[in-house]
Design a protein around this ligand. Structure first.
Ligand code: PEP
Ligand code: MG
Length: 914
């Protein structure tokens, strides 16, 4: 028999003594929910008793093809008996039955993704027993019909709509608006009707254990109910939406979910009962105010499902029957924050005036709230600055740079809802997730408009620019998920009367009717909805973000046990440079000069490459020198005395040439139109030259430093432009520009030796010409495995090394950076051949090459500066690995990634100091 402990108890025993076996640190065993239920018990908070079945049991069960590990069912059985003893009630007891909830709870929060069953243990006898105990038929039949409904849907997969339809019909017949208004007689009838639906839609061959007298029956044995419910929760770990959620959030698939079996507390026992969800602070703004919703006389699922409109938590104290519970809740908010030192998210139920805690976890929050809460908590003395910096998810900062409405005048508001997730979005209205996916796949931005979303809408929410719901509060499914994704969301737009079948919305109080395909704009920061397209702009970096980033800078720039970690920007025009300075870039780590040859300059470079006429080629070079010098003057001036690393021309030259196929078509058309022979001949000669330059593998061809040996005029011109721009600023404006030259795609030491000598010669000539001293370092870009292997030899001739990890990834794997991501990387990810896209997050093999090259480089030059300027320089996880594993001095990334990189760099430094 396996002696692994599979079940952990929480809560009190018969004498009220705490018998909790777990704690908050056990979330990989008990899941987040189980671990925190245990922790709340340890804090002495009111938690209904229960037990948690471990995540490892789920993994073992699923891994064995849905077969229970040996002894696990016995352990659950024993825990159930123990819970019955502790609660003084038995499951299915005809006099005083115990009812339980069965809830999932994975190590990482996956809100709404997996299954829950409430009121388990009810059967025909127990229902009568409960009536005896409570004298409340309404409550009992309501609970029983909920249980059959939930069990059928969640555990047996019966279509939930069948039950909803029966409920709706019952309300219509009874002439009432809400379920709570149905009479106990109505509810009793519903129980019988629901059992009928169950009988009709559950197949006897799939569930022979439920067949009685030849017919499938709703299971009356609580032990059978419990086992089936636990198996369903295990199974929900692998349901489609849970898998998708994990993929989006980088949660490993092999963790499994725990299952929490807990005595029920009833929020549906009349007007002194309620249920709610709340946050200790506002998760949207971060303001230090309690935040949440509650519903009187309801069960937990009703709040998130958005079936009834909820009330703000602040109003709870104004109901005399709930006032004590509201006071207790406030006290618990304080205990939880002081204990966890973080903003907490809770679920609670009030049963006839008595408060019960059903869940707590560190609350999800918007980026704005994350910053505000971290700063406030430092000021309140709850955490220190380092913890504050550690707590902000760098990837979440993107949210702050999300678009906003860009209008001088207030937009014409069509309707208002709740500002559930910040950022603005504009798109065509779609009414279903499938339509959202389809239209977005066609490249059309869409806004998903729904009455309320449910977990199956995840794919539509991912595809949409923004989400609007007409129902539900700020803790509804749409709000929670959108905030987690960083997608703009406005929910509870009550004026929207949505007819999803007809694909139209009537806007109450107006004669506006919006139809599928109409454009709509939403602002999740303010909750405003506008018909038509509102122009968007990006946010500025101010306030709280600046504070956190300044703390991050203090951390990453302090010497520590190794060196500081710098953040530079990849920019090739003054506007981007300016923007990046505003975002806190310290220097330009990569100026791709070929970007300066686009637009109207393309023709000039074309005539240099294609012309046979020496004079024409020289004239082209002279023009290029003039325009490049002008560009560098502006760039150096913008960057003032900060480093500007200028990379010599890199891509295959044909990228600057006409596409031969379009040129062929043009020639054919001109021929057909009878164009003059000389004109045709000139174009044909051009086509021959372009064809002559074609390569089978351009990415492995004539590019990078190789160009400088085939067209030696190009580096001479470029270095002259760089050096003379610097010389002019020094001589005429008294500035101190700091350009550096970087040689791309080097593989041989000899390439670097020759390039360095060419560069130094030009720099010396220019210095003499302008009568100034020029100190322009010449470095190497390492983007080929050979260069990394020979980094010690190359470093002897390089003033710095900078890793082009885009090409290094391409050449280490032999994956084409232009094609792999659309052709096979998705399949590799899906089949788990790869865990991450290596073009996004640095691969460990590539990282090892970088680490080795840095080490080799510094073995010949201990103070050698080493940086990274591939896309990985803006990816938080890569930023950490590049510092902690490879020991680079800086990363360089695109302007909008700079704030993200500053924060991730500080976190890397903190990990190093830990
Ligand atoms: C690289 O290869 O990582 C790099 C920065 O250069 P580019 O992307 O321009 O090839
Ligand atoms: Mg490159």
């Amino acid at each position: 028999m396996n002696d692994e402990k599979r079940v952990y108890r929480f809560g009190g025993d018969e004498q009220g003594r705490d018998v909790t076996e777990g704690s908050a640190s056990m979330n990989y065993v008990l899941g987040g929910k189980g671990a925190n239920l245990a922790e709340m018990c340890r804090l002495g908070l009111p938690v209904p008793g229960g037990f948690t079945i471990t995540c490892q049991t789920c993994v073992a069960y699923s891994g064995a093809g849905d077969v229970w590990p040996l002894g696990a069912l016995d352990e659950i059985d024993e825990a159930t008996r123990d819970l019955e003893r502790r609660m003084g009630r038995k499951l299915g007891d005809p006099d005083d039955p115990l009812l339980v909830s069965v809830r999932s709870g994975a190590p990482f929060s996956m809100p709404g993704m997996m299954d829950t069953v409430l009121n388990l243990g009810l059967n025909d006898e127990a229902a009568r027993g409960l009536i005896k105990q409570t004298q409340d038929e309404h409550f009992v039949w309501d609970s029983y019909r909920r249980f059959i409904q939930m069990f059928s849907d969640v555990v047996m997969g019966v279509d939930a709509e069948l039950f909803e339809n029966a409920l709706t019909e019952k309300r219509l017949v009874a002439g009432v608006k809400s379920d709570a208004e149905l009479s106990s007689g109505d509810l009793f009838e519903l129980v019988e009707e629901f059992k009928g639906i169950f009988q009709e839609h559950v197949s006897a061959s799939d569930h022979p254990e439920l067949v009685v007298d030849g017919k499938v029956m709703f299971p009356q044995d609580p032990a059978v109910q419990l086992r089936l419910a636990i198996e369903a929760v295990f199974g929900s770990w692998m349901n489609e939406r849970a898998c998708l959620y994990r993929k989006r959030n980088g949660i490993p698939d092999d963790l499994g979910t725990a299952v929490n079996v807990q005595a029920m507390a009833y929020g549906n026992k009349g007007d002194s009962s309620a249920t709610g969800v709340a946050f200790t602070r506002d998760p949207a703004s971060g303001e230090n105010v309690r935040y949440g919703d509650f519903l009187i006389n309801a069960q937990g699922e009703d709040v998130v499902a958005g079936i009834r409109n909820t009330q703000p938590i602040q109003e709870m104290g104004s109901y005399p029957a709930l006032a004590d519970a509201a006071r207790d809740l406030e006290r618990i908010f304080q205990i939880l924050e002081a204990h966890y030192r973080d903003m907490m998210d809770i679920e609670f139920t009030i049963e006839q005036g008595k408060l019960w805690m059903l869940q707590t976890r560190v609350g999800k929050r918007t980026a704005t709230a994350a910053l505000r809460i971290a700063i406030d908590m430092v000021e309140e003395g709850l955490i220190d600055r380092e913890t504050a910096v550690r707590r902000i998810d760098p990837a979440q900062l993107d949210q702050l740079l999300h678009p906003q409405f860009n209008t001088h005048t207030a937009p014409d508001v069509l309707a208002r809802g709740l500002n559930a997730s910040p950022g603005a979005a504009v798109g065509e209205i779609v009414f279903s997730s499938d339509d959202a996916v389809r239209r977005a796949g066609e490249g059309v931005p869409v806004v998903l408009v729904r009455w309320e979303t449910n977990p199956d809408d995840l794919k539509g929410m991912v595809a949409a620019e923004g989400i609007l719901t007409s129902h539900g509060g700020k803790t509804s499914h749409a709000a929670v998920i959108a905030r987690g994704m960083g997608a703009p969301c406005v929910c509870g737009v009550e004026a929207f009367r949505i007819d999803a079948a007809a694909k139209e919305v009537h806007v109450e109080g107006t004669d506006v009717v919006l139809r599928e395909g109409d454009i709509i704009s939403i602002d999740g920061t303010t909750g405003i909805v506008v018909a038509g397209a509102v122009p968007l702009k990006r946010a500025e970096l101010t306030g709280d973000l600046e504070t956190i980033l300044s703390w991050a800078d203090e951390i990453r720039l302090q010497p520590g046990s190794t060196h500081p970690y710098h953040v530079r920007v990849n920019a090739d025009n003054p506007e981007d440079a300016e923007l990046a300075l505003g975002f806190g870039a310290e220097a330009i780590g990569l100026c791709r000069t070929e970007h300066m040859f686009l637009g109207d300059r393309k023709e000039i470079i074309q005539s240099f490459i294609l012309s046979d006429d020496e004079q024409e080629r020289q004239a082209a070079l002279d023009s290029l020198l003039t325009v490049q010098r002008r560009d560098f003057l502006k760039m150096f001036k913008t960057m003032d005395d900060r480093d500007v690393v200028v990379r010599l021309i890199d891509p295959p030259l044909h990228e600057f040439l006409d596409d031969p196929r379009s040129l062929e078509v043009r020639i054919a058309r001109l021929e057909a139109a009878g164009a003059p022979a000389e004109e045709l001949e000139a174009l044909k000669a051009r086509l021959r030259r372009i064809d002559g330059m074609a390569e089978m593998n351009p990415m492995l061809g004539l590019r990078g430093v190789r160009l400088s040996f085939v067209f030696p005029e190009l580096p001479l011109m470029q270095v002259r432009a760089i050096a003379s721009a610097a010389a002019l600023l020094i001589r005429d404006e008294g500035l101190a520009p700091k350009p550096e030259v970087m040689v791309p795609l080097v593989s041989l030491e000899s390439e670097q030796v020759q390039m360095r000598s060419i560069c130094e010669q030009v720099i010396d000539e220019v210095a003499a010409e302008y009568g100034v001293a020029l100190d322009i370092p010449v470095g190497t870009m390492l983007e080929l495995p050979r260069a990394c292997l020979m980094a010690d030899a190359i470093a002897q001739h390089a003033d710095f090394l900078c890793f082009g990890t885009n090409d290094l990834t391409q050449t280490t794997f032999g994956f084409s950076r232009d094609d792999a991501e659309s052709k096979f990387i998705p399949i590799y990810l899906h089949n788990k051949l790869l865990e991450r896209n290596p073009f996004e997050t640095i691969d460990e093999g590539v990282l090892e090459l970088v680490r080795m090259a840095v080490e080799k480089g510094r073995s010949v030059k201990p103070e050698l500066t080493c940086g990274v300027c591939g896309e990985h320089g803006g990816d938080p996880e890569s930023i950490k690995g590049l510092f902690n594993v490879a020991g680079v001095d800086y990363v360089s990334c695109s302007p909008y990634r700079v704030p993200v990189a500053r924060l991730a760099a500080a976190q890397a430094k903190l990990a190093e100091m830990a």
